[in-house]
Ligand binder design. Structure first.
Ligand SMILES: Nc1ncnc2c1ncn2[C@@H]1O[C@H](COP(=O)(O)OP(=O)(O)OP(=O)(O)O)[C@@H](O)[C@H]1O
Ligand SMILES: [Mg+2]
Length: 471
């Protein structure tokens, strides 16, 4: 029988993973994507068909060893596709057993959601007829199955995760925000890989999943190193070390260093030809009823967006009104229009874009915060001052501090007599994150890069983001 060799002390019969809901959790950098990548490598080696929803475009490296089709919108796609072609590709993948990576890294949130929804809906309905073993991997799944919110996409993913087995469907869901993933899906997962977490909310989720006293959960979980996790399946529960991926891990090299792209296998010509055919037929595969449903859905979405635009316009007008006396409000920001790119190397500009893409996924108050502080570097502000500006309760800032921004090095945090303060650290950030480019940039280029980055960050405020999503 085929085994999945996941680590020196973890080899699972393929049948055990087939049709399972597998959850991989842990903080940033704890090794989740590596673990998922190893599972996918082993499935591919066993010729087990699968699709991976790749939100950061980091799985294309599987092509180093395996024939995998990468479609969607991202830097490494074989064929760029939009939502119309998604059902056709899903059908091809399931019928012919073609492994597919859905690279949605360059799609806007709505487009991404619709693309994945159409894809998985077709997989679900067709799997009911074909009943073939098939696995679906979903990175950053809290974005698709958020706790306490109902969406069509969430429903189809939850269906696959909870009831897919009878149709041959399994799911590998990966998330760095355990507390934000739909609880039902997590508690029903038949196999768990629990990497390190540190925050209390995540620790609470782990305590619900592990049959240990809270203190032991904390002790065991905080002692985990990168690539180590608590493996839980049926009666089995133990600490394991996952092996490193054999193929290139797109998330491996910190995204700011130059990446050496590996040699990749190409997908068979006939498969590419079939996909091009879907692309040309564009939507022809949809029935009249399906088209009508989509139209109604889009009209409903449009109505919601128009209401949102009116609301944002109202808030904008309020903000442009003459300031009322407010002692906590900071002075208006200096003007920071986006400066020209000063012929910065394209790779540097691409890195800036990737960074911004990542930042746009942060909660609104964090985006406002970084825009605010970038405009006023090097001044530091207390959480009370920032809360007044970022239009959120100070308690929110204290409960949900901008950890990612601090970890990235864009902001620094200090505890002073006047309270917890934050300030922007763009120069230090550029020096570190773009270190590989500094010789090429020289002091002048580096200065330009800091200015350019500042201009772009200043645009990250909620309004800019919300309008860009609507556009
Ligand atoms: N089992 C392992 N053995 C050796 N190195 C590992 C292992 N797991 C992860 N790493 C390395 O640790 C780093 C972070 O791993 P990975 O990208 O998998 O983390 P992650 O939890 O997915 O992080 P993020 O939440 O940022 O996506 C990478 O450089 C990766 O190669
Ligand atoms: Mg990852």
């Amino acid at each position: 029988m085929h085994h999945l060799n996941l680590g020196p002390d973890l080899s699972l019969p393929l049948a055990e993973a087939s049709g399972q809901c597998v959850a991989i959790l842990g903080i940033r950098g704890s090794g989740k994507s590596n673990t998922a990548g190893v599972i996918f490598e082993e499935l591919l080696a066993a010729r087990y068909p699968l699709s991976i929803v790749d939100i950061d475009g980091e799985y294309f490296g599987l092509k180093e060893k395996y024939e995998v089709l990468v479609v969607g919108a991202g830097e490494n796609v074989d064929i760029e596709l939009d939502v119309d072609a998604a059902p056709g590709v899903a059908e091809l993948s399931l019928r012919e057993g073609v492994p597919v990576i859905l690279d949605v890294s360059d799609m806007l949130a709505e487009e991404r959601e619709l693309f994945v929804l159409e894809y998985l809906t077709r997989i679900w309905s067709l799997a009911g007829k074909l009943r073939k073993p098939y696995m679906i991997g979903i990175e950053e799944c809290h974005e698709f199955i958020p706790q306490g919110m109902r969406t069509d996409l969430k429903e189809v993913i939850a269906r696959i995760a909870l009831r897919g087995r009878k149709r041959g469907l399994g799911a590998v869901i990966i998330s760095q925000r355990s507390a934000k993933v739909e609880k039902d899906v997590l508690t029903q997962a038949g196999m768990l890989f629990l990497h390190r977490v540190v925050h209390e909310v995540d620790m609470r989720v782990y305590s619900e999943l592990l049959p240990w006293p809270k203190a032991e959960v904390k002790e065991q979980v905080t002692s985990l190193g990168v690539g180590e996790c608590i493996y839980l399946s049926g009666q089995s529960i133990r600490k394991v070390k996952i092996r490193p991926r054999h193929t290139f891990h797109g998330g491996f090299t910190p995204s700011f260093k130059p990446v050496e792209t590996p040699k990749l296998r190409q997908v068979r010509g006939e498969i590419l030809a079939a996909i091009h055919k879907f692309k040309e037929e564009k939507g022809a595969s949809l029935s009249e009823e399906e088209l009508q449903q989509r139209l109604e859905k889009l009209e409903a979405e449009l109505a919601l967006k128009q209401a949102r635009i009116r609301e944002l316009e109202r808030r904008l007008r309020e903000r442009q009104a003459p300031p009322t006396a407010n002692p906590a409000a900071p002075e208006p920001p200096p003007e920071h229009p986006v400066p020209p790119t000063f012929d910065l190397p394209p790779e540097v500009l691409r890195k800036v874009e990737r960074l911004l893409k990542r930042l746009r996924r942060l909660p609104i108050h964090e985006r406002r915060l970084v825009a605010f502080l970038a405009a006023r570097e090097p001044r530091s502000y207390t959480t009370a001052e920032l809360a007044a500006w970022a239009d959120c309760a100070e308690a929110t800032l204290l409960a949900e501090p901008p950890t990612e921004l601090v970890e990235l090095g864009l902001l620094s945090c200090e505890r002073l007599a006047r309270g917890i303060t934050y300030r922007a650290q763009l120069k230090a950030f550029v020096n570190r994150a773009f270190s590989g480019f500094l010789p090429e940039l020289g002091p002048q280029g580096c200065h330009h890069l800091v200015g350019y980055l500042r201009g772009r960050l200043c645009q990250l405020s909620a309004l800019e983001h919300d309008f860009s999503r609507i556009a």
